[in-house]
Design a protein. Structure first.
Length: 459
């Protein structure tokens, strides 16, 4: 007899969940076998018990095959994931190396270009300073020349004035006639000198204006060039900031790569640990399967023993029931109570019992201990006769015998039933089966405390 079972294989099922399901299934099967219902076992034959045993063995073997196949599938899945992670890690390393080389080259180029810009800017600033110094020097030289011309002109005027004065003084009498001519000549000379002075002033102003315009043009050109260089420097600074940001991002990528490598190493360690756990779990499953088979043999033998005991118990119950009926029949044929000679109370009690209309209700008998003292089941009572009526002392007062029987017979019957040897035998069998089932569950490798508290199980 075979059982076809297609396992539901999913790569997402964790080994812990599969182990939990397998353990729960084994616990359920073990509990079902150990605490089998008494009536169900009583109705089975040995052949049916053996068939059920074989079905259970086949089912356990199929479950073992399914678990092994699932373990193989998980191992293959983890290997594929490991290969994929290795490939991605290699691609990431190549990309990071290429990016690092490109960034290094770009950084060197920008650094060289920035150095050239700084040198060119410094050179232009030096040229501007030189031009400013040259312009100041030219202005100083021009002013010096103007000052020299003015000094020469003043000296010339003084000389002419002195010569004129000398001539006038020396030739005043002699050249009186020529005063007008000399004055005219002097006036012409003064006019000519003033004209030359004005011409020199205009030439100086023109030269200064030309130099000023030229220097202003150069200044504007230099300022424009400086502004362009400032813009270029700002642009290069922005580029440098972007490159610095890129370098920071690459550093973060490198840190992430290191984190990924650490996580990959941890994952490899966990995979190795999982593989070891799987091997251990496979061994435990094999041990559990062997234990289940052994347990099945024990359950099979226990079921056979239970069937035999149930048959014996049933025969004993039939025999006891027959004996009870026979005893009841004998009690109905003979007197149930024989009084003691010369004991009035005992005779009255025997008369009451033997003439009682429903003798089957007198299941608890009075046992005489001494005159007026009787044992009624577990109770020791005092009996007396008052006006042909039997009264029984209970506690501090007396009850009639009818009231006493109605009140205390049920309790004593319950005590007697608890002491019934047949019932004790049935309860003993049930207790033994419960203890055996508990011992089997506690000794099971899949429910043992050592395995439950194992570090591998906790992980």
């Amino acid at each position: 007899m075979s059982t076809n079972k297609t396992p539901n294989r999913r790569s997402g099922n964790s080994p812990t969940k599969q182990r939990t399901q397998t353990q729960a299934q084994v616990d359920i099967n073990t509990s079902d076998y150990v605490v089998a219902d008494k009536e169900l076992v009583r109705g089975l034959t040995e052949k049916e018990v053996e068939n059920e045993h074989l079905k259970t063995v086949v089912f356990a073997l199929n479950e073992k095959v399914v678990v092994i196949e699932d373990l193989k599938t998980d191992v293959n899945t983890h290997k594929d994931l490991l290969k994929h992670s290795e490939g991605k890690r290699g691609e990431l390393q190549v990309h990071i190396q290429e990016t690092s080389v490109q960034i290094r080259i770009d950084t060197e180029k920008h650094t060289t270009y920035e150095q050239k810009l700084i040198e060119e800017t410094q050179k232009l600033q030096n040229d501007i300073q030189a031009l400013k110094a040259h312009l100041a020097q030219r202005e100083r030289e021009h002013l010096q020349k103007l000052e020299e011309v003015n000094q020469k002109h003043s000296i010339r005027v003084e000389q002419l004035s002195k010569e004129h004065s000398d001539k006038v003084n020396s030739l005043n009498d002699e050249h009186h006639r020529k005063v007008d001519q000399l004055e005219k000549t002097h006036h012409q000379q003064v006019t000519q000198l003033n004209h030359e002075k004005e011409t020199l002033r205009k030439e100086k102003d023109e030269t200064i204006r030309a130099l000023t315009e030229e220097k202003e043009t150069q200044r504007v050109s230099y300022e424009r060039r400086i502004n362009e260089l400032d813009q270029l420097i700002k642009q290069q600074q922005r580029t440098i900031l972007q490159l610095n940001s890129t370098i920071i991002e690459l550093k973060e990528i490198i840190h992430r790569k290191e984190d990924v490598e650490d996580q990959l190493a941890k994952a490899l360690e966990q995979l190795a640990l999982i593989d070891a756990q799987k091997v251990q779990l496979q061994k435990e499953l094999e041990t559990a399967s062997d234990y289940i088979l052994e347990l099945e043999e024990k359950v099979y033998k226990a079921n056979k023993t239970s069937l035999e005991l149930l048959r014996q118990l049933k025969d004993a119950e039939v025999e006891i029931e027959t004996l009870k009926n026979y005893i009841i029949e004998l009690k109905q044929r003979i007197a149930v109570y024989i009084p003691v000679k010369d004991d009035v109370i005992d005779k009255k009690l025997a008369e009451f019992i033997n003439n009682y209309p429903e003798r089957q209700k007198l299941k608890i008998m009075f046992m005489r201990e001494s005159e007026g003292v009787y044992q009624f089941g577990s109770k020791r009572v005092a009996v007396r006769v008052d006006k042909d009526k039997i009264n029984i002392r209970v506690g501090g007062g007396y009850l009639s015998i009818d009231e006493f029987l109605d009140q205390y017979t049920p309790g004593e019957l319950e005590k007697v039933e608890r002491k019934d040897p047949l019932k004790k035998f049935s309860e003993k069998i049930a207790i033994q089966k419960t203890i055996v089932g508990k011992e089997l569950r506690e000794s099971s490798p899949i429910r043992s405390p050592e395995r439950t508290s194992s570090p591998k199980r906790q992980q």
